[in-house]
Design a protein around this ligand. Structure first.
Ligand code: SF4
Length: 253
């Protein structure tokens, strides 16, 4: 899909991390996130896509990426179940940076999903709902790319504790950049305020992690930052990133 594919060395065909990626992970570990994005942009050009859920990590990444490449490909998964505040955050970012966010949609509308698998699938089988509304659309979209970039961080959860800043994504068979892997929450908020980056106001109202409406709630004082996601189930992640422990790991937020 990229006009730059021809002058880049080929990836290793999915047989694991290339020596190059291993070396980059080593060299860039602890580096400024923007330096990691610069490496990714130089190495992959238009074959790199940044995933954005409009959570606070991702709005910081959008700002950084915009400094690196104002025409970078930035996409979001529109499950049709996002909060109004999330769409407004998208619009404010689009206006500030002149970005055209790529909207990635599920193959089925909510009505079609209800006809096929029953109403409110997220209540009965959230893994299947995430598969239909997030994982499959992401897989379809990423087929056109060689590398993707996420805002996941090591301190977010045990399944993310071993996240590398550059790694081989075994699920999607491509390179994955996690430029904020080593950053702390406070660093990101400092960055957001310093650069006056638009963010989702729900974060100021005890929603540290924001996903789909039916699967997101406020957290109580003292609760883990991801306690408000899939509350009342043992699900903690969407299945977008298998973790290093082999668990289904990873959401975009
Ligand atoms: S987060 Fe909830 S509503 Fe959204 S896709 Fe997953 S199960 Fe469905």
């Amino acid at each position: 899909m990229s006009d730059q594919h021809h002058d880049r060395p080929p990836l290793d065909g999915g047989q694991g991390l290339t020596e190059e990626v291993k070396q980059a992970a080593k060299d860039l570990n602890g580096a400024d996130p923007q330096v990691i994005l610069e490496w990714g942009s130089k190495r992959f050009g238009r074959a790199l896509a940044l995933a954005c859920s409009f959570g606070y990590e991702d709005v910081a990444l959008v700002h950084m990426m915009h400094q690196v490449d104002a025409d970078a490909k930035i996409f979001y998964l529109d499950t049709d179940l996002l909060f109004e505040e999330t769409y407004r955050t998208r619009d404010r970012l689009a206006e500030k940076y002149g970005i055209r966010f790529i909207r990635v949609r599920p193959a089925y509308t909510l009505d079609e999903q209800a006809k096929l698998w029953g109403d409110q699938l997220w209540k009965r089988d959230p893994n299947s709902c995430c598969m239909v509304r997030k994982v499959e659309p992401l897989r379809r979209f990423l087929k056109g790319y060689d590398a993707w970039c996420t805002g996941i961080r090591r301190e977010q959860s045990p399944t993310r504790a071993h996240t590398q800043v550059v790694e081989w994504d075994t699920q999607f068979q491509m390179v994955k950049l996690n430029p904020l892997a080593h950053w702390k929450e406070a660093q990101i908020w400092d960055y957001i305020h310093q650069h006056q980056i638009p963010y989702n106001p729900m974060h100021d109202n005890r929603y540290p992690s924001i996903g789909c409406i039916p699967c997101t709630r406020q957290v109580q004082p003292g609760e883990d930052s991801r306690a408000g996601r899939w509350s009342g189930t043992n699900k903690t992640e969407c299945g977008l990133h298998p973790s290093s422990t082999g668990e289904q790991g990873g959401d975009l937020t």
